[in-house]
Write a protein that binds this ligand. Structure first.
Ligand code: G3I
Ligand code: 9MR
Length: 592
């Protein structure tokens, strides 16, 4: 066949394709896109592809001038069934000089990774941005230009006259229930999820009281002399208090009857209802209020005493109503947080009440239960929160019982570290369900506790590697925290972001800014941890097309994907804990 000269059109096509190929091969290198602490283990994953098949070794080069500072061999291939991938690890843990770098392969394409830093405060931006997302979730609250920048918005949902749904036990009338955080990408406020969220954030404060002091978060209360993180948490606690009924029971949720469309909070005029009452809402409330009772005592005795009194009333209610599950009434379609097993909620509430009140009745209750740490907590199974608090916060359990709780945390962390050692991405095994990223984050938190118990760095480094997963070393090749990293989740299922950012109608990821720190230029509110890969793909029926069926790749960065790309307060709380705790600990490790 006669060779034809390349036409102008063909050249243009070639030109368009070239950068795409380069970007695609870049995505074959899965790496934490922000970076590493000087002392942490530093591993990237090189996915076997046509572009990378001839690679045998890698170099770390300075981003500024390309000078090589480290050279290493790729590991033997490892496969991962849940992502269908085979890859090789690039370990450059030895490198500990602060700086900005890239990883470069020795393949024909000389494939480069996203840039990353080695720095002694590398997670600080992620920790702060994650914690500031709670401010952006405030209901009944205007986000000002001064504090929210381009994400300023009018207040939505005053919630000062909310209707009682018959499922609340009252057939008529209205109540006032303003404030609190929107649960997620929707505008509902849910008690169960508020419980674990507030619990996780208060635990973070109890372990790292100085990490978010006054004036650290740039929120309306900054400058009032109280740690900003406690001000932010109080915003939700105050709402929770409004949801306690006269009999001590706690309403389940405050939502419209169906989910609103893609509108800003202040445009949602649907009638809001107080709905249901359950054993789970009472006990989540009791646990969170018991914790608040001991934490806020140093700042406001009266407020703290009220928290404890409310916790007791909710506990008493749950004793008498110990098996009341919540189910959406037929006219209600919003979140169900469905749970039928309340043993774990009883244990968590009893543990927090015991730590706070020291009362024998709670110790007696706990004595009859298994309070060993076995798996990461979730909104549905809060059991793990009890051993974490009992291990870290001073309490009157016998020393042997406390030792055995601590041993159970270390044992579980050891199990997960062993799994990490076998894993392509060096993460613990996981069943990829809705909110999988939060399950990783919660496992990371247990690693932090194991480190605090043993003082053995391997647990802290394990926690860092779980954070690596969230920030880019994963099968989606994306940083799951909005605005953090180079290629980050940019189209979360979050109504305010969808409307304000003007994400295109098809939900196709917009061109993302190449930057490593949250700035005003971001196309999305920074700091949200999206739900992540979810094998259930429950939104498939709602206009989301998944490119993959494999569990660890069941993720789409499109705003319609509520099953893989929504945000939620109970996912950001463990992100705050994980990034904040690591930063607090690794920062001081670097100074040693
Ligand atoms: O517990 C089972 C487990 O035993 C089983 O192995 C596994 C696999 O199918 O499923 C587990 O149940 C899952 C459950 O969450 C508990 O994790 C369900 O499949 C899953 O559909 C369910 O998803 C929940 C989702 O609402 C739908 O109900 C998410 O956890 C929960 O985070 C999410 O919460 C929503 C609120 O309803 C509304 N606001 C937004 C928020 C975040 O998306
Ligand atoms: O926006 C809703 C999200 O907050 C929930 O997590 C999710 C699952 O309950 O549902 C979303 O709402 C969707 C609804 O379930 C089905 N129709 C499309 C809605 C998204 O606009």
């Amino acid at each position: 066949m006669k060779k034809r000269p390349l036409t102008c059109q063909a050249l243009t096509i070639l030109f368009l394709i070239l950068p795409l190929t380069a970007a695609a091969s870049m995505e074959d290198i899965r790496i934490n896109q922000t970076g590493f602490y000087p002392s942490s283990r530093k591993v990237a994953v090189v996915i076997n592809s046509i572009a990378t098949s001839d690679a045998t070794e890698f170099q770390i080069v300075r981003a500024s001038d390309g000078r090589s500072v480290f050279r290493g061999n790729l590991s033997a291939p490892i496969t991962w069934a849940q992502s269908g991938e085979t890859g090789r690890q690039a370990d450059f843990s030895i490198l500990d000089n602060p700086g900005r770098y890239k990883l470069v392969l020795n393949n024909k394409n000389k494939t480069e990774s996203y840039p990353f830093y080695i720095s002694s405060d590398i997670y600080r931006d992620a920790a702060r941005a994650s914690t500031r997302t709670f401010y952006f979730q405030r209901c009944s609250h205007e986000l000002s230009d001064k504090l929210a920048g381009k994400w300023a918005r009018a207040a939505g949902h005053p919630d000062t006259a909310v209707s009682f749904h018959p499922s609340s036990g009252q057939s008529s009338g209205k109540m006032s229930s303003p404030g609190g955080w929107y649960d997620a990408g929707d505008f509902g406020k849910y008690m169960v999820n508020s419980g674990i969220t507030v619990g996780t954030l208060l635990s973070f404060y109890e372990n790292y009281p100085n990490y978010f002091p006054d004036r650290s978060l740039n929120i309306p209360e900054s400058g009032n002399g109280r740690p900003d993180i406690l001000d932010e948490i109080k915003y939700n606690l105050d709402w929770m208090k409004t949801m306690q009924d006269k009999d001590g029971g706690v309403f389940f949720k405050l939502t419209t009857l169906t989910f609103p469309g893609y509108i800003m909070p202040d445009k949602d005029e649907g009638e809001r209802y107080v709905i249901g009452k359950s054993t789970s809402s009472a006990l989540n409330f009791a646990a969170a209020m018991a914790m608040a009772g001991r934490v806020y005592a140093a700042f406001d005795r009266q407020y703290a005493a009220d928290c404890i009194a409310r916790a007791r009333r909710a506990w008493d209610w749950a004793q008498k109503n110990n098996n009341i599950p919540f189910k959406n009434p037929s006219d209600v379609k919003t979140g169900e947080y469905q749970d039928v097993n309340f043993e774990d909620e009883f244990i968590w509430a009893a543990a927090e009440l015991f730590i706070t009140t020291k009362e024998k009745q709670f110790a007696d209750f706990l004595n009859t239960k298994d309070i060993a740490y076995k798996s990461e907590p979730s909104w549905q199974n809060v059991h793990g929160l009890a051993p974490l608090s009992l291990a870290a916060i001073k309490n009157d359990l016998p020393k042997a019982a406390q030792d055995s709780i601590r041993a159970s945390i270390v044992r579980t962390a050891d199990k997960w570290l062993n799994q990490m050692d076998q894993h392509l991405y060096r993460v613990p095994d996981l069943n990829f369900i809705w909110g999988s990223n939060s399950m990783f984050a919660n496992k990371g938190i247990a690693m932090v506790y194991a480190y605090k118990i043993t003082n053995d760095n391997k647990y802290l480094f394990g926690a860092c590697e779980i954070a690596d997963y969230l920030l880019g070393k994963n099968a989606a090749g994306i940083s799951f925290m909005t605005g953090i990293g180079t290629r980050y989740a940019a189209n979360p299922h979050h109504r305010h972001v969808v409307v304000a950012a003007g994400i295109d109608k098809a939900g196709v990821a917009r061109q993302q800014k190449r930057q490593t720190a949250p700035t005003d230029d971001n196309v999305v509110i920074p700091g949200f941890l999206v739900g992540g890969p979810n094998a259930g793909q429950q939104d498939k029926a709602h206009e989301v097309t998944y490119k993959h069926t494999l569990p660890a790749k069941s993720y789409e960065d499109v705003y319609k994907s509520y099953a893989s790309n929504e945000v939620a307060i109970n996912w950001n709380a463990p992100a705050t804990f994980l990034f904040g705790a690591i930063d607090a600990l690794m920062g001081s490790l670097a100074k040693k």
